[in-house]
Structures are given as C-alpha cells and as structure tokens.
Design a protein around this ligand. Structure first.
Ligand code: 5AD
Ligand code: FES
Length: 365
C-alpha cells in the first residue's frame, strides 16, 4: 500500500496492521517523511494539543546491580565514579523543579533493591509530596522491583512509573543483556505496576544492532496491547566503555543522522497508532543532533525532560556517549529548552501535571 493511503487510513482512525506500521517505519523519501511527520503532528494536536510538558529529571544515583551490555552505568563499568544522593539532595532538586513551575519530576537511578534504598526513596517521595501539597507530579524510574515496593512508593505519593521494555523481541533482548536479565520479569513488573495503580510508561531503544523494522513495528503494537499511558523511547547510542560499544566505532555523522531519523519515525508512528498517550522526546535525540528534542516534539512527542540534577553528578550519569547538558545547570536547561519550544510555536505546560489523556480516559471509562 502507498504511504499516503496508510496515513489516510490512520487519519480516519482505522487500525493499522503490522505490515502497514512497518511500511511507515521504512519511509525514507523526504516528501513521504514530511507527510508522516505532518500526520503525526495533526493527530498530536487533536489528542494532546500543542503543549509541551516539562518533567524535571533527577538522576539520583548511578549505583546499579544490573549489567546491561549497552548501558554506561552497568555494574561492571569500573571507570564510572559512583554516587548516591541523600534524601536532602533529592528533595531539594524536586523542590527546585516545583519552583521552576515544572508540573512533574522524575526520579531515576540505576537499579537497587535493598531496604535502605527502598526506604530512602519512600521518605524522599513522601517529603516531596507533602512539601508541594501534591502539586508536583512524582514519576519514578527505578527499575525492576517487588510489587510490594511499587506499592510502598505509590502510597508515599508517587503516581507514575517508567520502565522501558527495551525490546519485545526475546532473542534480541537476550543478546543485549546477561543471561540473568529477563524479559519475562520485565513484563511482569509492568503488569505489577499497572495493578498497583500507577500511570505506566514504557518504551524501547531503536537502532539496536540486529533490530529490524518488523521488531519495532511489533514493539509499537505491544505498547498498544498493554494499553500504556506514557511512552519513553530513544535511539540506541553506543557507549565506549560497554561490551556493545566496544564492538563498533563511535557513530559517524551519517550514522547519527540515520539514528535520529529512525528515532523520529518511531515517535511519529507511535503517535499515529496510540494517539492519546504522552510521548517523551528522549534526551538521547539531542545527543545525535542539537535540535533533536524539539524535532521529537515536531514529530509527535509532547513531553520533555529537562535535567534538574546537580551539575557535579551529571558527568557520572552517562548512559550513552555524548549525553547533552552535563556541564550545564538546571536553570540553564530551563532557559534553553523554553526558548527552543517557543521556537517551534508550542506552549509549555507550566504548573500543570499534564497527565496522559489516555490514563484519564482509561480510568474514567
Ligand atoms: N543508548 C541509548 N539509551 C540507553 N539507555 C541505556 N543505555 C543506553 C544507550 N547506550 C536507556 C535504556 C534505559 C534508559 C534509562 O536509558 O533504555 O531504560
Ligand atoms: Fe540543557 Fe540546553 S537543555 S543546556
């Protein structure tokens, strides 16, 4: 089927098949790309509007018990200087985000499951919720945990959780992770998060070695099938001190542009297929090109995650090479991103939690 016909079908709200989704992801002609992005933007305007929501991201620790072959803070990377923020630091940065009129914060870290850590997060979340009278949305992105832990953090005041599935192809998942990292456990965690009552976000990396467009089309259908509220996905970018990064030289210009294009197409097609979810323009897009994140918004994303981590920790939270904003501070990122969003004619949802319309529809029936 021609691309224009598939996009027409999408605008008429018809369901797209896996073949049609794959066809959209394979577009490379400039005019067809423009038609794809315009269609995604049209659907974005209809369902979520031209408002970009800010989520201040606090990268509160790079300690990690996992050893993913792609990730710069994997436990076997001895070159990383490890850090762990204390409760005061986490709360301070969340309150900074609130003062800066961000509707939400995201607390992210490497994975830890010990009681000291669980309790630290629990206390920090509780204090943030109390100090901001529940105004500041609190999203967690702290990996695989017991359902009871998810429930404790929810009770403390968190209401959204991000846990990327990374890829839904079991063979590919097995190639990019050690044997004791399990796709089934990841899926079970997403189900547990849903049961616990969180707004659930997940997503994948695109451009992984050996990943096909059919894989990515299946990933999008998976997001639809599990009925996610939020999507966070980004281009895979090699990190030189990881097993996967060591196998290839750093991306050249052409590879960066190809990775960016694939990232933007995934955002666009996800918007077209899922419609009313929140979709983040991943920071990794900006590692490929300076304007990558606003390009993400132009292609259908509606959430951006300005870094609010204290500058001294930023360089130690390099999940991939060339991560932006590591020398900047939180005010600089606020000013910088605000200008860029105005530059593309959108407004910023200051002081609004910006819950996913999909979550509202799902829960209010
Ligand atoms: N390139 C891109 N994204 C990465 N992540 C981890 N390592 C990389 C990399 N090398 C992503 C994973 C993880 C999220 C926090 O960061 O998808 O879920
Ligand atoms: Fe951080 Fe531009 S977004 S400096």
């Amino acid at each position: 089927m021609m691309i224009a016909a598939i996009l027409d079908k999408a605008r008429r709200k018809a369901e797209l098949s896996v073949e049609e989704i794959e066809a959209l992801l394979s577009v490379s002609d400039q005019e067809e790309l423009k038609a794809l992005y315009d269609c995604a933007y049209f659907i974005k305007e209809q369902y979520v509007g031209k408002i970009a929501y800010f989520r201040g991201i606090i990268e509160c620790s790079n300690l990690c018990i996992k050893d993913c072959y792609y990730c710069g803070i994997r436990r076997s990377n001895t070159k990383v200087e490890r850090f762990q923020m204390d409760e005061e630091e986490i709360v301070r940065e969340a309150l900074w985000a609130h003062e800066a009129e961000y509707g939400s914060c995201v607390i992210q870290s490497g994975e830890r499951r010990d009681e000291a850590y669980i309790a630290l997060i629990e206390r920090a979340v509780k204090r943030i919720a109390e100090a901001t009278k529940g105004e500041l949305g609190i999203t967690l992105s702290l990996g695989e945990q017991e359902e009871a832990t998810y429930a404790r953090w929810k009770k403390a005041g968190a209401h959204r959780y991000l846990l990327r599935i990374e890829t839904t192809n079991p063979a590919l998942y097995a190639r990019i992770h050690p044997a004791d990292h399990s796709l089934e456990v990841r899926m079970a965690c997403l189900a547990a998060l849903r049961r616990t009552g969180y707004q659930v976000g997940t997503g994948v990396m695109m451009g992984l070695p050996g990943q096909t467009l059919r894989d990515l089309a299946n990933d999008i259908l998976f997001l639809k099938e599990i009925d996610v509220d939020m999507v966070g996905m980004g281009p895979y970018i090699p990190h030189a001190d990881t097993p996967m990064g060591m196998e290839v030289p750093a991306y050249d210009e052409a590879q960066r542009m190809a990775a960016l294009e694939l990232g933007l197409k995934m955002i666009a097609v996800t918007r077209i297929v899922l419609r009313d979810v929140n979709i983040a323009a991943a920071t990794a897009l900006q590692a490929l090109e300076y304007t990558g994140r606003e390009q993400g918004l132009r292609c259908g994303a509606n959430v951006i995650m300005p870094n609010v981590t204290e500058t001294k920790y930023r360089a130690s939270y390099q999940l991939y090479d060339n991560k932006p904003c590591t020398d900047e501070n939180s005010s600089m990122c606020r000013g910088c991103l605000s200008g860029r969003i105005k530059g593309i004619g959108e407004t910023i949802g200051f002081n609004e939690r910006g819950d996913s319309p999909h979550y509202r529809r799902r829960t209010e029936g």
